[in-house]
Design a protein around this ligand. Structure first.
Ligand code: GRF
Length: 237
């Protein structure tokens, strides 16, 4: 069975990166290997996550470089590692059209709001300040611009009366960690078709039931992990 190579780009703590790794280790995400992590912040915890999991990583500094020059360096590394799909996981740089053209509709991003609401930074704070009663997370293909591009999956969560930015972010994060791997598997399985702005998903042959069954192993593990961090999921959700 041939494998699909992912290149992950991250700038921060790397929890979505970790969740993708967990899905691979638990054999939820199939036919996939992470061939490289690229990081533009040398202090990013994501680099430690890569090291702890035996994944090759590369730090590329974006400072004092034109946007496209930086992107060319990143694309070169991705190509050297035969990357089929680029996964942005908390990557804080906006991609140039050079990068986007090189990997047209083969770049995904996750955003902690229901796009097109609240693009950009601090999406959870924006949602609270606006006063919405429902927010959530979105996985989308990347096109030029900030947090735009055809939407693949979304998951909604309730905003609670006593939510703070932290509690809302946590509730959303639980689902980020579940829907990003699902979107990746759909792409890898060739089940996503982009028609104008719409992504048509082929769920034939019980794809979703089969996925949900496989993902139960991750959800059990996720419960245990959050509990261990002192944030039991029954409180977070
Ligand atoms: C996540 O909330 C993601 O939606 C946003 O950046 C954050 C990254 O978190 N794009 P992590 O580095 O994956 O923990």
């Amino acid at each position: 069975m041939s494998e699909f190579y992912l290149g992950v780009l991250a700038s921060g703590r790397g929890s979505n990166f970790q969740s993708i790794i967990d899905h691979i280790k638990l054999k939820v995400l199939e036919k996939v290997r992470i061939s490289i992590l690229v990081c533009n912040n040398k202090d990013a915890y994501a680099l430690k996550v890569a090291e702890q999991n035996g994944i090759e990583s590369k730090f590329i500094d974006h400072r004092n470089k034109e946007r496209e020059a930086f992107d060319r360096e990143v694309v070169k590394v991705l190509k050297d590692h035969n990357v089929d799909l680029v996964v942005l996981a908390g990557f804080t740089r906006v991609l140039s059209s050079y990068f986007i053209d090189e990997y047209k509709h083969r770049i995904m991003n996750i955003h902690p709001a229901l796009l097109p609401s609240f693009p950009g930074l601090h999406a959870q704070r924006q949602a609270l300040d606006y006063g919405v009663k429902v927010s959530g997370c979105t996985v989308h293909y990347v096109e030029s611009g900030v947090d735009i591009g055809p939407i693949i999956l979304q998951h909604a969560v309730q905003v609670k009366e006593d939510d703070t930015e932290e509690t809302l972010s946590d509730r959303i994060l639980v689902f980020e960690h579940r829907i990003y791997p699902k979107a990746i598997q759909l792409h890898v399985d060739g089940r996503l078709k982009i028609e104008a702005r719409r992504v048509k998903i082929d769920y034939s042959d019980n794809w979703e039931d089969i996925w949900e069954k496989r993902q139960r192993a991750f959800i059990e593990y996720q419960k245990y992990k959050w509990e261990r961090e002192g944030k039991p999921l029954d409180k977070v959700l």
